[in-house]
Design a protein around this ligand. Structure first.
Ligand code: ADP
Ligand code: ADP
Length: 237
């Protein structure tokens, strides 16, 4: 197994309130890692540290070491646009931009300067296929992404992240706003995606973690309590 992301001695303060209490965690390539634990234990906070999506409005201070390969994520020289491409994020509420499916998925590529229509077409199609939504949208690529169901919107959002070929995809409760069928579709999709990507997913759903995660991290009160192969975490008594 190859380590892709390593964090050490992570502390995070919202003002003077310490929300993460100094733990280490390392992630392996082409695996799904689930972060579980009770509401308020710091799962989202930790996830957002990984691509510097911390809430800066609240006087947030982060310390510790965050390394993507050799790259120091918090180095002053880090190019944030580049970082967010390497470490993409999918949120709980599907949040497609209010324009066409095509333009949603092409968005990051256009920002990266890709202009060739053929190249864009190809990557948009591949990404929508990888996100298992192509068949449902292929005849409606010009339709507003917001006109689709929640589950479809979420898969469009996943395609939007995939299009820029991130190394890591962070997911914060990506299925908890969805119906069980959409949720199951996304779980199946993630199991396919891990062949090409590394996924870190926050979930309050233990069954979900046991179904899809290679490793599971259990957090409590801003600390990492247990971190192991999922098969070992959910041993039947
Ligand atoms: P989880 O994702 O496990 O539910 P969070 O990471 O959202 O937990 O929250 C961890 C703790 O930090 C909670 O006590 C929460 O209220 C607090 N918190 C989260 N975001 C902020 C913020 N922007 N400002 C102040 N406190 C916050
Ligand atoms: P989630 O459960 O999806 O992480 P939350 O409801 O915890 O969402 O947080 C929503 C927003 O409110 C986030 O931007 C978070 O940082 C902020 N937030 C959460 N807890 C607090 C808090 N105690 N004080 C200030 N902001 C908070």
């Amino acid at each position: 197994m190859t380590s892709i992301l390593k964090t050490e001695n992570v502390h995070l303060y919202y003002g003077d309130k310490e929300a993460l209490h100094g733990f280490d965690m390392e992630f392996e390539e082409n695996q799904i890692t689930a972060l579980i634990g009770p509401s308020g234990c710091g799962k989202s906070t930790y996830l957002r540290c990984l691509n510097r999506m911390n809430d800066l409005r609240n006087n947030t201070t982060v310390t510790g070491s965050f390394k993507l390969g050799d790259q120091d994520i918090y180095a002053p020289t880090t190019d944030m646009t580049e970082l967010r491409k390497e470490i993409g994020m999918v949120f709980q509420q599907p949040n497609p931009f209010p324009f066409s499916v095509y333009d949603n998925v092409a968005y990051g590529l256009r920002i990266a300067g890709v202009k060739d229509k053929k190249v864009l077409d190809e990557i948009v199609e591949t990404s929508l296929k990888q996100a298992a939504i192509w068949d449902e949208v292929k005849d409606d690529l010009n339709k507003n992404a917001l006109s689709f169901s929640g589950g479809q919107q979420q898969r469009i959002c996943i395609a939007r992240v995939l299009a820029v070929k991130p190394k890591i995809i962070l997911m914060d409760e990506p299925t908890s706003a969805l119906d069980p069928i959409s949720s199951a579709k996304i779980e199946d999709t993630l199991l396919e995606l891990k062949k090409d990507f590394t996924i870190i997913i926050v979930t309050h759903n233990m069954q979900q973690a046991s179904r899809i995660a290679d490793k599971t991290a259990f957090m409590l009160n801003g600390d990492l309590i247990e971190y192991d192969k999922t098969s070992k975490m959910f041993l039947n008594p």
